[in-house]
Design a protein around this ligand. Structure first.
Ligand SMILES: Nc1ncnc2c1ncn2[C@@H]1O[C@H](COP(=O)(O)OP(=O)(O)OP(=O)(O)O)[C@@H](O)[C@H]1O
Ligand SMILES: [Mg+2]
Length: 261
């Protein structure tokens, strides 16, 4: 089960990506979460403290690792073929939610065009995780449309597109949906987040209907999420929070749709 989570900035991608990863791990699947945002913050949502999160060195910034994989000894020339399974073992961080986290760092254009060494390592690593392994995989993408349908993100089983009732976030969701469709991605689901009332639900539903987006779920607005984030705690450990329960239901329905046992 490989899922990527996309959407406009601030719509709740990280909360949902974290919740799905936790859900897969809680159901006994070995789970890797990838923070592919250049301003990474999935670590705290997975239960690490701010101090622990700060200590994580993103893959693209780990010069020693990148050099050890790609250096040929000649400047400007680097190796394209190298093993990456050891990176998962050595550089993923265990989190209190039972998910192993890899923080990617800034990746300039995940498509085939960019030839710099850190990108080559990230590309190979993502490819390995998406294509070669059976582990569950959840990727928290950078906000916006830049990475959609390019490089490895396009090989995931499902792309979740998060939006709230704000028309701007829905327009971006549509743009992401259209790009992903063009790239041949098959399971595309809109998730309406931070929903406060029926008017907002209807606005999201009618946008989805008009634009051919498949609506998977509504996640309610929950003050408990804001309060936990304010304290620097993960909301995901609090089962009383309805938004957290709803994200867990999304996890269940994705597993059913993809028949993962
Ligand atoms: N269902 C919800 N109820 C209440 N607050 C929420 C909900 N979902 C997210 N939030 C709040 O909205 C803010 C943004 O959430 P989050 O960081 O998950 O979004 P994001 O899309 O990952 O943002 P960014 O684009 O900056 O990475 C956070 O302050 C979070 O607490
Ligand atoms: Mg985020």
């Amino acid at each position: 089960m490989k899922v990527a989570v996309s959407g406009k900035g601030g719509v709740g991608k990280t909360l949902i990506a974290g919740g799905l990863a936790r859900g897969f791990a809680a159901r006994g699947l070995k789970t890797i979460a990838i923070d592919a945002d250049s301003s990474p913050n999935l670590a705290m949502t997975l239960g690490l403290s701010a101090e622990e999160a700060r200590k994580i060195l993103p893959i693209t910034e780990n010069k020693e690792l990148v050099d050890s994989k790609t250096s040929t000894g000649y400047s400007g020339v680097y190796r394209l073929s190298f093993t990456v399974d050891d990176i998962v073992k050595q550089y993923s961080v265990a989190t209190p939610l039972g998910v192993n986290l890899i923080v990617m760092g800034t990746v300039h254009s995940m498509g085939a065009g960019c030839m710099c060494a850190p990108n080559a390592v990230v590309r190979a690593l993502l490819r390995h995780l998406v294509v070669d392994t059976n582990e569950a995989f959840v990727m928290d993408l950078e906000a916006g449309v830049e990475h959609i349908g390019r490089g490895t993100a396009q090989h995931v089983d499902a792309l979740l597109i998060v939006a709230d009732s704000n028309l701007k976030s829905l327009e971006i969701a549509k743009h992401i949906h259209d790009m992903a469709t063009t790239a041949g991605m098959k399971q595309l689901y809109l998730v309406g987040n931070r929903v406060m009332n029926n008017t907002q639900k209807e606005a999201i539903q009618s946008f989805a209907d008009k634009n051919g987006l498949e609506l998977l779920a509504f996640v309610p607005f929950d003050q408990g999420v804001i309060d936990a984030d304010m304290r620097g705690e993960t909301p995901l450990l609090n089962k009383e929070i309805t938004a957290v329960q709803t994200i867990d239901n999304i996890c269940e329905s994705l597993i059913k749709k993809n028949k993962v046992s």
